[in-house]
Design a protein around this ligand. Structure first.
Ligand SMILES: Cc1cc2nc3c(=O)[nH]c(=O)nc-3n(C[C@H](O)[C@H](O)[C@H](O)COP(=O)(O)OP(=O)(O)OC[C@H]3O[C@@H](n4cnc5c(N)ncnc54)[C@H](O)[C@@H]3O)c2cc1C
Length: 465
């Protein structure tokens, strides 16, 4: 009698699910069963790298992206091989390194790397379940995953990579950011309200312009912070020694001073923000919950605007929109959005005012950004059993840095992980590619040490591809 091989269930086949599968294939160095659950046909893409608009650009330079842990230039090398015409190799490679390529291309790279990794492991039995996981039952050391249109699956460990969930509808009553509209609807619109002023707003505004929208864009956000630009050239992270403060005000003050000092010495402020990145999870985890809440209430818009930046060329186009009066920025909060005939009626409270105003527009888009879906039946099933719990801010699930989920009692649940944006409330800096890839690698390393559960002993001969 031999033990059955480990079965790893990865739920969600967006970027994080694909990165998790690639990490497991790289790190678990014995035969195992890998099951990836994804209802859509587009593995590796998810919300960020799908087909919403072929021209949406990555907000990170090619040289800084990789889905393989420990191989930092992997996307650059892949993209280089796609474009290489056999001439001017060095120039093309160098040029590509600093370019912001289309997000769809990155999705294609991730998909290819996933299937290459699977092919390189003939000893791993890979199954893709094309279904929605509706529940995960913790049987004390093993899990049963249930699906909407497939037989249940037993797994030794489950990696949740469901991030922004399945629903693309919004709670505000405005249109979802990438809602497909007849192109004449945009072309004939005289006014569009964009609720939120971050990267999603930029995507929606520039897509609308490409689709023929010539009217006025009214961007509404509480703080009115627009994304800042990347530095003209790729910058080297500049590490600063932050004081060991447990107060957000102290930390933000130190960062502001460090940015100003760097600028005064000819180093772009972006280097300081990049230099902080590797310690942000530790800083976040060391803050008391009240200070984290203070950051979320008061500092987050300013932080996000500096941390999640735009390629210079895209930033220039957004600046021109405002400078030329084709877009205006209103500071305030939208308290209601209602359909009004063919258009939308927004109720708006300007910043610092008690009175509300009405705003009538032809179209209104919710650009407040994507949030992890904690209300899905899958996550709720784990919370109801006490195997998982929301983090203190209800931004995601409570986890260890490697993603291991903390149960209701606070103890880690063996074999159960949440990866990527689902961990934002616990780790904060975990929504972008490098941090997700690192976390997937750490989770896969933990799984590599995990034995399959003892009850699953079976004849070795009954296991095969
Ligand atoms: C628009 C956008 C642009 C970005 N651009 C960049 C960038 O340029 N650079 C960078 O570093 N980062 C970028 N990011 C951040 C980062 O890459 C994303 O946070 C990352 O893509 C998260 O992917 P994910 O797979 O965790 O989530 P998602 O993309 O939400 O994918 C989740 C997947 O899980 C599936 N799923 C959900 N629920 C279930 C269920 N119950 N059962 C089965 N399957 C389920 C869904 O179908 C989906 O495919 C961007 C993010 C966004 C939103």
């Amino acid at each position: 009698m031999r033990k059955a091989p480990l079965t790893v269930g990865v739920v969600g086949g967006g970027f994080t699910g694909a990165a998790a599968a690639i990490a497991c294939l790289a790190r678990i160095d014995r035969p195992f069963r890998l099951v990836v659950v994804e209802p859509s046909a587009s593995l590796g893409r998810g919300v960020a790298y799908g087909a919403h608009h072929p021209l949406h650009l990555l907000n990170v330079r090619t040289r800084d992206l990789s889905v393989r842990a420990g191989q930092p230039g992997d996307f650059l090398n892949w993209a280089f091989r796609q474009l290489d015409q056999g001439e001017n190799h060095a120039g093309l490679h160098e040029g590509l390194a600093h370019t912001f390529l289309p997000r769809q291309l990155f999705g294609e790279y991730v998909r290819q790397r996933f299937f290459e990794a699977a092919e390189a492991r003939p000893d791993v039995e890979l199954t893709i379940v094309n279904a929605v996981a509706t529940a995960c039952i913790d049987d004390g050391g093993r899990f049963t995953l249930r699906f909407d249109r497939s037989e249940p699956l037993e797994a030794d460990c489950v990696l949740l990579a469901t991030a922004y969930g399945l629903s693309r509808s919004t709670t505000t009553g405005a249109l979802a950011p990438f809602e497909a509209l007849p192109s004449d609807r945009l072309a004939s619109a005289r006014s569009v309200a964009l609720i939120g002023s971050g990267l999603t707003m930029v995507d929606v505004l520039l897509s609308a312009r490409r689709d023929g929208f010539q009217g006025k864009a009214i961007v509404i956000s509480r703080r009115g912070q627009l994304p800042r630009p990347h530095a003209a050239k790729g910058v080297v992270p500049h590490e600063i020694g932050l004081p060991r403060s447990k107060r957000v005000s102290g930390l933000t003050g130190s960062v502001a001073i460090a940015c100003a000092t760097a600028e005064a010495h000819g180093t772009p402020w972006q280097s300081v923000i990049n230099g902080l990145r590797s310690s942000l999870q530790d800083i976040w985890r060391s803050l008391p919950v009240e200070e984290q809440s203070r950051f979320l209430r008061h500092v987050r818009p300013l932080w996000d605007a500096h941390r999640h930046r735009l390629p210079l060329e895209v930033h220039g186009r957004v600046e021109a929109e405002f400078a030329e009066g084709r877009a205006v920025l209103l500071r305030g909060s939208v308290t209601a959005v209602e359909q009004d005939g063919d258009g939308f009626r927004l109720t708006l409270r300007p910043r610092g005012s008690e009175r509300v105003e009405a705003l009538t527009v032809d179209l209104a888009f919710d650009c407040t950004g994507h949030r992890p879906d904690l209300n899905s039946p899958l996550i709720q099933s784990l919370v109801a059993q006490g195997a998982a719990r929301a983090d203190a801010h209800r931004l995601g699930l409570a986890v260890e840095p490697n993603g291991q989920i903390l149960s209701k009692s606070g103890a880690p649940t063996r074999g159960l992980f949440a990866l990527g944006p689902l961990c934002q409330g616990s780790l904060w800096e975990i929504t972008a590619v490098p941090e997700i890839v690192r976390q997937c690698d750490e989770a896969a390393l933990s799984l590599a040490k995990l034995e399959p559960s003892a009850e699953r002993e079976m004849e070795l001969s009954s296991y095969g591809r």
